[in-house]
Ligand binder design. Sequence first.
Ligand SMILES: NC(=O)CC(=O)C(=O)O
Length: 304
Amino acid sequence: MSLKRRHSTTQNASEQLQVLMSTLIKTMSKFRLAVIQLHVTKVKADNLSRARRLIREAAGQGAQVVVLPECFNSPYGSSFFPEYAETIPGESSQVLSEVAKETRVYLVGGSLPEADSGKLYNTCPVFGPDGSLLLKHRKIHLFDIDVPGKIRFQESETLSPGSRLSVFETPYCKIGVGICYDMRFAELAQLYAKKGCHLLVYPGAFNMTTGPAHWELLQRARALDNQVYVATASPARDETASYVAWGYSTVVSPWGEVLSKAGSEEAVIYADIDLEYLTDVRQQIPINAQRRTDLYTVNAVKED
Ligand SMILES: NC(=O)CC(=O)C(=O)O
């Protein structure tokens, strides 16, 4: 082969590689997120089989990341936590691991009451597409509130708080995990953004008092002040339950827009997460570069 011909063959190969790389980057910069708003009952076996069916449905619709709600295997309530508590690994996390592997999705396993060393936690296990347990996030901020005449709830009566931030990597982006009340703490979301997360997921079960007042507002606030995508997954509303969940699982864009939203009933909602769009928003309104870190800053006190 002549030198000139060999040079042009090498050039073609390198151009093809560049096209391939840019197609790959474009492919990796978009993914489909599914949020499952599960109807949770007192029958754990039914909750598990319904979750499995809806995860399969979501994967069939092209979802690469799937999120379940808080307390997906048990009713939400202090009297239920000890009764439904399991170790991780355990029965429910085994089901999640199997279905993540079967459907090849990243699975944010909502939460379940976790028993460990004589304590109970409200814990979200996350699985990779090979079924491996990537992390478990123990709810950091316990839901202890008292709104007279409306709602009093004291998670700390039965649960202990977690004390770790939880971030996992996917081929698309880093994802930060919080559970429900964790969403009220802007600092946690800021730390996740600082760690490079582009999507924050909060399995959560707001109620008929705080749901209409704060649920969407908090998600849009977290999305907007960090310029990230935010997704929440609630159990479906069950008026006969002792704690009535608000529902309205939602996905919000870095612009603060609601991209997808369930009603109060069982549903699977989808959103196409576009990381190039996130970059555009950050370039257009460059608050990250404009932050006055000479005047204020948010830091993690404890690093893993
Ligand atoms: N259930 C929760 O953890 C939080 C909640 O309902 C609220 O903050 O409101």
